[in-house]
Design a protein around this ligand. Structure first.
Ligand code: NAD
Length: 260
């Protein structure tokens, strides 16, 4: 049912975003990729998606901390595909530091990339969804959009903000065939988490193995990392007609973390 639709997935050159872009392409969805990375690797990913699934792909290197670049990216996706039916706000970064020493530029950057970019893409792409009478907005928040942990003030403020933005957009679109939901993963082993293991090891002065068991997965009762494919599968489900009445939800996919 998604075949022939078009999607924009922010932060899709790596990790969860790349997994979601792949899963959408496998359903016959044209995808605009976004994010940083090696240009020949990005070209190879596009080529593979196009040949494996017969879809069109685009790439924008827009910086999600820059509203003008976001606007240009959205306009290009709409112009090239003719529509953006599915918007996945996934780009995100992390920084770990006690609040009183949290670098001001890191705070601003995290709020811009992890929260404000979703406002800008929605602001740009919702009018087209309204005009065509169908749309799916999936915001990749975090278990940290529902609960806090120390040393991540900006990330947790941004992710709680994403959940709030999701609810508001859902209410504003409730009488349409557009839905807006947040997915709240626990720890997924991606490059972002690999970096955090190192950062947490420094903050807690613990070796890598102990950080994984005692810090990272301490709150995740399943004691296993969430898989990228599991987040992609939930995203696909939210894009189906079967999920038409799910809107404004913040859905945990966290091995029981927020149940505790
Ligand atoms: P990742 O580091 O593997 O990927 C992040 C992506 O965002 C990359 O494509 C990167 O190029 C892009 N990006 C970073 N800064 C950008 C910018 N300024 N402009 C454009 N693109 C930018 O990370 P990931 O783990 O796949 O995380 C993806 C999302 O999932 C993030 O929003 C993250 O907060 C969220 N999340 C991750 C986990 C986890 O455990 N990995 C858990 C919960 C939520």
């Amino acid at each position: 049912m998604l075949k022939g639709k078009s999607a924009l997935v922010t932060g899709s050159t790596s990790g969860i975003g790349l997994g979601i872009a792949r899963a959408l392409a496998a359903q016959g969805v044209n995808v605009m990729l976004n994010g940083f990375g090696n240009s020949s690797e990005i070209k190879a990913v596009r080529k593979q998606l196009e040949s494996d699934y017969g879809v069109r792909t685009l790439y924008s290197g827009a910086d999600m901390s820059r509203p003008k670049e976001i606007a240009t990216m959205c306009a290009e996706a709409e112009a090239q595909f003719g529509a953006v039916d599915i918007l996945v706000n996934n780009a995100g970064i992390q920084h770990v530091s006690p609040v009183e020493r949290f670098p001001v530029d890191k705070w601003d950057q995290i709020i811009a990339i992890n929260l404000s970019s979703a406002f800008h893409t929605i602001r740009e792409l919702l009018p087209g969804m309204r005009a065509r009478g169908w749309g799916r907005i999936v915001n990749i928040a975090s278990a940290h959009g529902l609960a806090a942990s120390p040393f991540k003030s900006a990330y947790i403020a941004a992710k709680h903000g994403v959940v709030g933005l999701t609810k508001t957009v859902a209410l504003e679109t409730a009488r349409t065939a557009i839905t807006c939901n947040a997915i709240c993963p626990g720890y997924v082993l991606t490059p972002l988490v690999e970096k955090q293991i190192g950062d947490q090891a420094a903050v807690h002065a613990l070796p890598r193995e102990e950080v994984i068991e005692k810090v990272m997965l301490e709150k995740q009762p399943s004691k296993r990392f969430v898989q990228v494919d599991e987040v992609a599968t939930l995203t696909l489900f939210l894009c189906t007609d079967g999920a038409a009445s799910i809107t404004g939800a913040a859905l945990p996919i966290d091995g029981g973390w927020t149940a505790a």
